[in-house]
Design a protein around this ligand. Sequence first.
Ligand code: GAL
Length: 707
Amino acid sequence: MTNEHLTRIRMRPHWKMRDLCGFALAAILLVAGVTRSPAADSSAISPAPSLLLGAAWYPEQWPESRWDRDLSLMEASHLHVVRVGEFAWSRMEPQEGRYDLDWLERAVRLAEKHHIAVVLGTPTDAPPAWLTSKYPDTLRVDANGRRAEHGSRRQFNYASPRYRIFCADIAGRMAQRFGHDRNVIGWQIGNEYTDESFDAATLAQFQQWLRRRFGTLDALNEHWATAYWSQTYDRWDEIPLVASGGNPGLLLEHRHFVTETWRDFQQVQLEAIRRQADRRQFITTNLGGLAWTDNFDHYQIARDLTMASWDDYVGQGHLNAARNGAMHDLVRGWKRAPFWVMEAQPGSVNWAPVNTTLDRGETRAMAWQAVGHGADAVLYWQWRSALNGQEQYHGAIVGPDGEPLPFYSEVSEIGSEFERAGAALKDTAPVAQVALLHSYDSRWAIDFQPHNRNYDQLEVLLDWYRPLRAQGLTVDVIGADAPLAGYKLVVAPSLNVISSSLAKQLLAYVQQGGALVLGPRSGMKDEYNALNVQRQPGPLVEPLGGRVEQYYALDGTVPVSGELGAGTADVWAEQLSTRAADTSVLLRYGKSNGWLDGQPAMITRQVGKGRISYLGAVLDANLMRSAIAWMTQTAQVEAEFGALPEDVEVCRRVGRNHSVYILINHASAAKEIHLSAPMMDVLHEGPSVTVANLEAHGVAVLEAQAN
Ligand code: GAL
């Protein structure tokens, strides 16, 4: 049976996409006749180190006679994992229904000989030419109505039922072959889900999706307030699919639809793999866009995967340690578990305005930062550049001649350190007393209507994050609806969407003894992106005993002072009021536009066994540091490490009976850190030390016996 046969299976209206693909896959399995490879013995798993360094390797781009040399060089630089296959569809299925996975099997075996484990990527980010030219409906259409073409990647239509059948087929065939392979440790589905489609069939799916979500047009019209500008819909097929500028309710639901469509796209392959693969093999996808991208809700996408992973690039310039650390913490929050950095920059990239190279030692600092924040593996993209193709200039580990580039020496150093530190880091993870809430709904809601183009949600998040990290605290960045028990302090800058159910959950946390601090723009919208009928923070006005009287976009600074210190607000200021006798004012605005003068900028109230506070302004760094110090003291957050010099970061991973501290010097001058108690120097195999001397970009990995 070929794909052609499969596509003849007519779609019945009541079949969900998943049913169809499941059926298609079952049909494939019936006829394919599985031959298990000689290595198909799941009991004989080669012991991989617990901390892995690796690279993206593309054996399909090179003569087979070259592979052994590549793998020898990798082994010599202590690389223990390669990701293979994620763009190799035209090699795996050169013609429709004609498969060749033998070369891939030979690559997996050869890697094993060199003690290198394999993560297999399904090639669905780059469909072969035969597929899209024969079935053009598998190509996506952009918001301007232009259909994508072959010759690049990501040209497929994520909502196309036909494309998903092909995806399930190739993923299923790979899983048949490698699902029990002892040297295959995991799977990556596709590559960096990116572009949506605006074709007519996808629009019809969107309209059906809205019907399921709202049930009736009356409900939709009400939640979207469509009486405004005569937007009222009388038929589902009147509803448009717009990329920007539409009704905020519609725009938010489009993001939800995009999320669910990617989730279904992924689910089809997940099921195809899961059906045949050993449970020990993880299934992930490498989410890109420097982790902050929000074209879909990453919590939903990660929910179905066994592990989160992301692609960590700097681009032009140098590592921004706080930003990058926050992105690791965000990724760790997708599944609230350790994760992998599936791609990292080998010195430089090819897509920045100026493709500068990281300083010698900076990539090592970056690798250890990833581990400190919860990564169990770091893979460089890529081992060697293809001789032609769009990424000839990208950084790599070996050159076009196949011999080590200067960067190879730094890779070898990191690899050998990962080997040394693996035992100490095994079964450890960051453990936080502080959580920072993050929500895609809130991000979308604000970005559809920023009101001040300078309100950059990532910058606001970092304003709160930086002083927490400067205190040496581990910070979990988690979804707004994640469980909060166990956190001493929960902060929520820009939590724009607060539904009544989320408000209940937050209030329960406070009543049971938690300290919740809401930041500017919180609680303005409900889950349909409609204005909450209460002022901000919406359903939390009552417990807060205060509210936002009015918000102001600022184009200059406003003085702010109070018991937490004095400074300024910029970009955004909310005029607060207290409405309960026991709500106290911590900060007030000074002379400004008349409306803000003398009005509260930050208020707080004890509620149940806990406390709820609201800070309505974007403060300068000094005053923000004082505000965060007040928050951590009031919430009785305990120090995790002693004082740190500027530009030195500490990360802590906690195990059953020990903790590992990773100290990273992000400065280009040496730093000396005195430890409060002796610790084992893991990278130097054991001596007990009381001082850590860190050269420029230097790293120390220290083990303490107690937590
Ligand atoms: C990533 C992508 C890789 C490679 C890399 C270059 O976004 O997943 O395939 O293109 O960028 O930096």
